[in-house]
Write a protein that binds this ligand. Structure first.
Ligand code: HEC
Ligand code: HEC
Ligand code: HEC
Ligand code: HEC
Ligand code: HEC
Ligand code: HEC
Ligand code: HEC
Ligand code: HEC
Ligand code: HEC
Length: 427
């Protein structure tokens, strides 16, 4: 029986989210809360009539569906319809919980391996342990009540599975959940840290990918860089690994480059020193130019080794672009004259791929590495040019052919015309 129950839990863990999402998509008004058997007894019965909207939230709560009730978290006597009796002394009623009580209460069940194994065996049980290592947890332990605790990120009621799109910790909702405090200058004032992370993030390449293109699997939300429960700013040496979780080749190249040890020695934050953190944007080849605002100018001066390499990168990119312009011109001409340029376009595509790879290879900060890629790019560009010219040569041959056949056709027409004239009149 117990086996069956846990098998069911496993099945619901695997298929639960889908089925639930379907249910939640139904108009909420259609479900009459009074008709559903929800745990909560008289507490719920009365709180359905109070203006805290608890009844509505409770319907969607994973805990309600798992049979957990108000008194589990709040104490009290849920068999009494009278408020004072329900909360009378001796019922362990503790009202709304303090932040510390929230963490102990939520964390208590969720870190209890025996308990969770019986109910949702696939759910991790490390939230409490990690929470205490986070900046939030450390400050809470010191008595600071304004930091995030479990309910600040998950809410206290209406808690949904984390992969439910309506959950406050669903990827695309995380930035707003964190911003609730971190973008509130008034709330954060006493801590003296910046409150512009959200503002910068929404404008960043990552923020746009998550919030505008809805790339919930690919693009990082706040927690992808900061952790869920271990929320803390990544240490300087961890940054490469955090960015590298998605940009693995950039990270690999950088770690193998002469810059990595130089950065470590000076406590410069790997990727972030050049790209920024919350404000990361698309890069462009103009970044490499030796001008104020250039990526290398931040730390290098004209004439030093770094600046020399930057100049080499910039000049190389410039010449690659010039060749592309030349090829574009040629292929447009051939195309407007009706020639087939697919062969040339294949080489152009290969060269463009090469250019993208070259931008990543910058992170090796090595001239020989870049040189090798540039040779490959220019070989493809040369082949594209050759194919373009040969298409145009084909055009000249076709023209010559056309002139001859036009001449032949004219001759034939004359012969036919003469023949027609010489025919005897019909009557
Ligand atoms: C007869 C109605 C009624 C019943 C029964 C009732 N409550 Fe309340 N509860 C209220 C009202 C109204 C408030 C708003 C604050 C107030 O007036 O005390 C409230 C406030 C609360 C609060 C906020 C903190 C506080 O104490 O003010 C919590 C938590 C709470 N109730 C939980 C419960 C629990 C748990 C039960 C069952 C054991 C329960 N309530 C039973 C009406 C009720
Ligand atoms: C899983 C634990 C848990 C359960 C179950 C639970 N609550 Fe709460 N409740 C909390 C926490 C935590 C807070 C404090 C919220 C905060 O500090 O952000 C809270 C706060 C409240 C408040 C204060 C107003 C508010 O919304 O914050 C009321 C009223 C309340 N709960 C009533 C209930 C009732 C009635 C039930 C049963 C239907 C219930 N709670 C079930 C954890 C729980
Ligand atoms: C700073 C915000 C934040 C705080 C504080 C927080 N969580 Fe979470 N929690 C998250 C995020 C974000 C996720 C992951 C969502 C995902 O995986 O997509 C998550 C996931 C979870 C999950 C799903 C399983 C898992 O670990 O991925 C549980 C259960 C959970 N949290 C419980 C808790 C408990 C208990 C506490 C308090 C000890 C807590 N959380 C504190 C943000 C928070
Ligand atoms: C009495 C034990 C208990 C308490 C207290 C409790 N939880 Fe849970 N929680 C559970 C169980 C059991 C589940 C699994 C429910 C299911 O899906 O069957 C769960 C599920 C969850 C989930 C959904 C995880 C997922 O994605 O499947 C989150 C998030 C969560 N709890 C957060 C909290 C927070 C935040 C608190 C405190 C406000 C809290 N829990 C208090 C037992 C508890
Ligand atoms: C309830 C409000 C609240 C919420 C929600 C919240 N935080 Fe915080 N957070 C704080 C407070 C307060 C501090 C302490 C500021 C300090 O002294 O550094 C803090 C500190 C931090 C720090 C350390 C900052 C430092 O000092 O270097 C990071 C990183 C952080 N939070 C990330 C997050 C992320 C990511 C989320 C969302 C997943 C989040 N927080 C949600 C209130 C919140
Ligand atoms: C792409 C990774 C990434 C994302 C996404 C991200 N952060 Fe950060 N965050 C960082 C890094 C890296 C640092 C700084 C580490 C350092 O310089 O020591 C940082 C620092 C912080 C700090 C400390 C104070 C400060 O500004 O230096 C807070 C608070 C913070 N982030 C909150 C957030 C919030 C809120 C979000 C979502 C809106 C978010 N972060 C998204 C990487 C990220
Ligand atoms: C969870 C995965 C993930 C993490 C972690 C991540 N990124 Fe990204 N990053 C992406 C995705 C996806 C895109 C492409 C977004 C788009 O173009 O729509 C991107 C785009 C970029 C771009 C722009 C690339 C271009 O083509 O112009 C840069 C630069 C970048 N990320 C740097 C970083 C840095 C630095 C970090 C660490 C602080 C980081 N990323 C962390 C997924 C991630
Ligand atoms: C010393 C400065 C510097 C450091 C450190 C650095 N980058 Fe870059 N990165 C650049 C420059 C310059 C470009 C622009 C190349 C271009 O567009 O021509 C770039 C381009 C990128 C791109 C877009 C091109 C591509 O590869 O798709 C990504 C993504 C990226 N960097 C990620 C990272 C990550 C991740 C790290 C850390 C492992 C990192 N960068 C470290 C300077 C740096
Ligand atoms: C955040 C500061 C910073 C930025 C930005 C930066 N560098 Fe550097 N770079 C350094 C430091 C520090 C060293 C070590 C200098 C030394 O050893 O005297 C260094 C050294 C170098 C070296 C010499 C490596 C060797 O063999 O010792 C090269 C080449 C170089 N950088 C290229 C670049 C290029 C190209 C860019 C722009 C894409 C760039 N750097 C941007 C900080 C930076």
């Amino acid at each position: 029986m117990r086996f069956l129950a846990s098998a069911l839990v496993i099945v619901s863990a695997a298929f639960g989210p889908v089925a639930w999402a379907d249910e939640l998509d139904e108009p909420e008004e259609a479900v009459d809360s009074a008709e559903i058997e929800l745990p909560g007894g008289e507490c719920l019965a009365c709180h359905l009539t109070t203006d805290d909207k608890l009844g509505e939230l409770w319907k969607a709560d994973v805990h309600a569906r798992a049979g957990i009730t108000c008194v589990t978290c709040h104490g009290g006597d849920d068999t009494k319809a009278d408020k004072d009796l329900a909360k009378r002394p001796g019922t362990k009623y503790r009202g709304a919980l303090t932040p510390r009580q929230v963490v102990d209460s939520c964390g208590g069940c969720h870190s209890d391996a025996e308990y969770m194994k019986e109910r949702k065996p696939l759910l991790p049980i490390d939230q409490l342990e990690k929470y205490w290592t986070s900046w939030h947890g450390k400050l809470l332990k010191e008595g600071e009540p304004k930091v995030a605790q479990c309910a600040s990120c998950h809410h206290a009621h209406g808690i949904r599975e984390v992969n439910d799109a309506k959950s406050p910790v669903y990827a695309s909702n995380v930035p707003a959940t964190c911003a609730h405090c971190h973008a509130d200058a008034e709330y954060m004032r006493e801590f003296g840290i910046k409150t512009n992370q959200y503002e910068q993030y929404v404008e960043s390449v990552h923020g746009k990918a998550l919030l505008e293109k809805n790339d919930v699997r690919g693009a990082p939300a706040c927690n992808d860089c900061h952790g869920n429960h271990g929320a803390a700013p990544p240490s300087v040496s961890a940054i490469t690994h955090i960015c590298g979780a998605c940009h693995s080749y950039n990270a690999e190249l950088f770690l193998g480059s002469p810059l990595a040890p130089a950065f470590r020695e000076r406590s410069l934050a790997d990727c972030v020193a050049c790209h920024g953190q919350h404000e990361i944007t698309h890069t462009s080849d103009s970044w490499l130019e030796d001008e104020p605002g250039g990526a290398c100018r931040k730390c290098h001066e004209t004439g030093d080794e770094g600046s020399e390499l930057a100049l080499y990168f910039a000049d190389s990119m410039e010449s690659v672009h010039q060749s592309f312009d030349e090829i574009d011109g040629l292929l447009t001409e051939a195309e407007t004259k009706g020639m087939d340029v697919t062969e040339a376009e294949d080489y152009v595509e290969a060269a463009r791929q090469g250019l993208m790879q070259a931008r990543t290879l910058i992170h090796a900060f090595s001239k020989p590495v870049m040189e090798e890629k540039l040779i490959e790019i220019s070989a493809n560009q040369a082949a594209a040019l050759e194919a373009g010219y040969s298409a145009l040569r084909g055009l000249q041959e076709r023209r010559r052919g056309l002139a001859i056949s036009t001449l032949l056709l004219l001759l034939l027409t004359i012969v036919v015309a003469i023949k027609i004239r010489m025919l005897p009149p019909t009557e």
